[in-house]
Design a protein around this ligand. Structure first.
Ligand SMILES: *[C@@H]1O[C@H](CO)[C@@H](O)[C@H](O)[C@H]1NC(C)=O
Ligand SMILES: *[C@@H]1O[C@H](CO)[C@@H](O)[C@H](O)[C@H]1NC(C)=O
Ligand SMILES: *[C@@H]1O[C@H](CO)[C@@H](O)[C@H](O)[C@H]1NC(C)=O
Length: 389
């Protein structure tokens, strides 16, 4: 095209137009060169699809892309809710971790949103594969579309999908293998957080597993989390082999033994803390390098990070009830026989705690672990007891 252009013009009788023509040609060529360089320097041409909007861009295949599918555009410009409520949009995103964390770490400097923002809660399910208790969760979420976002991180080899009418349909994020107690668990948690951060309307982030159940109805859980002035990361100092014993002196330049903490993996946090977690390079690298072999980073990373840097707004408790009373490396699992109104009542209100500066008897919003066999019993008692709408 460049070489043809001069020929398309009539031959010039004078030298002046020829100079102009050459000049134009040079400017055109120069422009092309700059354009091409710029486009290539931004991977997958993403910067040039900013204005196109989420739905259109997902259909543009980028030739430069090495990933299987086109990338998600940056946090949506028009409406953050739109893409997530479009039943056709089944892809949450297709980014690799490095880019995902980078994108998720961005914070808008203009405080006022250019759209009506309805705060949502991100429910992040870290699973092995199936979600056997999903029928209970479906009932929990029913009627609250637009107030929640779901993200599922299963084992990458898991190949079943949820039916179209399920709230879990299309909510799977690109996942990697997770080994129990290993560093890959932390990576998966950050992958879930980062994926959820891409939607600006997500204001609270809850980590769940396939064996978790809700203990209250959606409206109670929603208002508890959205109106809370705290983050929910439990952290305590524990002498002995399963606490301080997991600390590595090789971390000591950045983490002192006295700063080492343990706590429940099952966190609930706000956007501010979630952004800090995905942006952290320093502590996560220490864990990657030195928290190995029976270190169980998922029980130490967040408790330690939050106690060192973000303690002021933390409640120092988890909202997920777990029964460790039997001892050992795994908490108790409740099966069909154990599930009863009495059990659920006990989990719901056997304790008091502080909530927004007042005593409250709502201290746990979720509980684990419940076996797949407990589903029918749960369906029989939970919706009525918890007043699902
Ligand atoms: C799903 O995975 C199982 C084994 O993991 C395999 O037997 C089955 O063929 C796979 N199904 C599809 C549709 O890929
Ligand atoms: C956090 O809670 C634990 C109990 O789970 C307690 O031992 C510890 O002192 C608390 N930390 C702070 C700083 O209050
Ligand atoms: C949810 O449960 C609370 C009690 O925990 C109840 O007061 C409320 O009416 C329930 N909400 C709906 C929409 O049923």
């Amino acid at each position: 095209m460049k070489s043809q252009q001069p020929q398309q013009r009539p031959p010039s009788p004078t030298s002046q137009p020829i100079h102009t023509l050459i000049f134009c040609f040079l400017v055109f060529g120069f422009g092309m060169a700059i354009g091409t360089t710029l486009v290539n320097s931004f991977p997958n041409n993403r910067y040039f699809s900013f204005s196109i909007g989420p739905r259109t861009t997902t259909r543009i295949q980028s030739s430069a892309s090495s990933t299987i599918a086109p990338p998600l555009p940056p946090p949506p410009a028009a409406s953050p809710m739109e893409s997530h409520h479009n039943p056709a949009s089944s892809c949450v995103h297709h980014m690799e971790d490095e880019e995902l964390l980078w994108r998720a770490s961005m914070v808008p400097r203009v405080r006022k949103y250019p759209f009506k923002l309805v705060p949502k809660i991100a429910f992040m399910f870290l699973t092995k594969g199936p979600l056997p208790l999903s029928p209970l969760w479906e009932k929990f979420f029913h009627g609250y579309e637009g107030r929640y976002s779901i993200y599922v991180h299963p084992h990458p080899s898991y190949n079943q999908s949820f039916p179209k009418n399920s709230v879990f349909h299309g909510r799977r994020i690109p996942s990697k293998e997770v080994k129990w107690g290993e560093f890959s668990m932390l990576e998966a948690e950050r992958r879930l957080l980062a994926s959820a951060l891409l939607d600006f309307s997500n204001q609270r982030f809850v980590l769940l597993s396939e064996s978790c159940i809700p203990l209250y109805n959606f409206s109670t859980v929603y208002s508890y989390l959205i109106n809370s002035d705290r983050t929910y990361v439990e952290a305590y100092d524990l002498p002995g082999p399963v606490g301080r014993g997991r600390y590595s002196p090789r971390m000591k330049r950045h983490i002192a033994l006295s700063q080492w903490r343990k706590g429940s993996q099952w966190f609930q946090m706000d956007r501010r803390l979630a952004i800090e977690v995905v942006s952290d390079g320093k502590y996560i690298n220490l864990f990657r390098r030195f928290c190995k072999n029976s270190c169980y980073g998922d029980e130490h990373y967040l408790p330690t990070l939050v106690s060192i840097g973000f303690w002021g707004r933390n409640s120092n408790r988890s909202l997920t009830w777990v029964d460790w009373s039997r001892g050992g490396p795994h908490p108790a699992t409740f099966g069909r026989a154990q599930v009863s109104v009495e059990l659920l009542e006990r989990l719901r209100s056997s304790r008091t705690c502080e909530y927004n500066g007042r005593r409250s008897n709502v201290c746990f919003l979720f509980a684990r672990k419940f076996s797949p066999e407990s589903l029918n019993r749960l369906l029989a008692v939970a919706p009525k007891l918890m007043k699902f709408s």
